[in-house]
Design a protein around this ligand. Sequence first.
Ligand SMILES: NC(=O)c1ccc[n+]([C@@H]2O[C@H](COP(=O)([O-])OP(=O)(O)OC[C@H]3O[C@@H](n4cnc5c(N)ncnc54)[C@H](O)[C@@H]3O)[C@@H](O)[C@H]2O)c1
Length: 325
Amino acid sequence: MSWLVTGGAGYIGAHVVRAMAAGGERVVVYDDLSTGSAERVPAAVPLVVGSVLDGSLLERTIRDHAVTGVVHIAAKKQVGESVERPLHYYRENVTGLQTLLEAMTVGGVDSLVFSSSAAVYGMLDVDLVTEDSPCVPMSPYGETKLVGEWLIKAAVRAHGLRAASLRYFNVAGAAAPELADTGVFNLVPMVFERLEASGAPRIFGDDYATPDGTCVRDYIHVQDIASAHVAAALRLRDAPEGTSLTLNIGRGEGSSVREMVDRILKVTGNEHLTPEVADRRPGDPARVVAAADRIHEELGWTARHGLDDMIESAWQGWRHRHPEA
Ligand SMILES: NC(=O)c1ccc[n+]([C@@H]2O[C@H](COP(=O)([O-])OP(=O)(O)OC[C@H]3O[C@@H](n4cnc5c(N)ncnc54)[C@H](O)[C@@H]3O)[C@@H](O)[C@H]2O)c1
């Protein structure tokens, strides 16, 4: 098959592109470079610079590259920004997906892997979040991902698409320093940023109903995210028309913020620092950990990388961009 990977010049997309190409798939990247960079795209992979809001360029790209499947990773992903700019997020993430689905219909492309997020679930009081847990997103960002899943399901029913929506939990790590995440929106880079400023890392709230009082999350290495996309793409290739999968991508293991911060201090040689405890941030659920059974049953996929691997590789990436750190 020949796969169009939207957002392939971004953090997760660059890992997915490499994993798919290594698996022998033909890949073309489609990215507007708004947060991605052309250097992340391997030289052997064609890059088309354009927005998923540009239907005619999408149609032309699908035709010119004989595209038979799409991995739709491109999106805006900052929760806080989505609260301030909801219309922008709906346009980029929902209208962008709708435009892409229209171009796929015109081009006769019937396989789609979609980047969804654990943000669709919101604040749940459960030990493990299953794909059947209620979805009550707490931000416009999470809403756009849930609406995206609905849109895809409607297209599956109406047009016989084959689709997989992959709900990523907390992504960290990198396959190589130059592929690391450049944003500072997640715990790991936020701690690195504090260390670089010679400050102690901050923990937001230690009075949650969890074993050590700090929030618990499910961290997953970006290379595991990438291998899950390869497994999903292979599964769709052989699936009957109308196949629709919704799958968590997590390790099914919770790690507390305090545990993560302690590990980061150890890996970076900063064990002498004591984390500061600050007030809770509004909207942080106490515990969000994936039930990871369904993806194993459906795709035979399991995560392979552990926490130290995520932290060490993310730290190499940080030092690559901040040599003074
Ligand atoms: N990073 C995470 O922790 C995480 C967690 C859950 C879900 N996700 C989802 O994974 C996907 C990738 O996230 P990421 O961390 O790699 O972010 P990123 O910002 O590094 O990558 C997004 C890519 O999409 C491109 N893009 C954005 N808008 C576009 C548009 N309109 N047209 C074409 N290209 C466009 C950007 O230039 C960039 O290359 C997103 O859909 C995000 O919502 C990420």
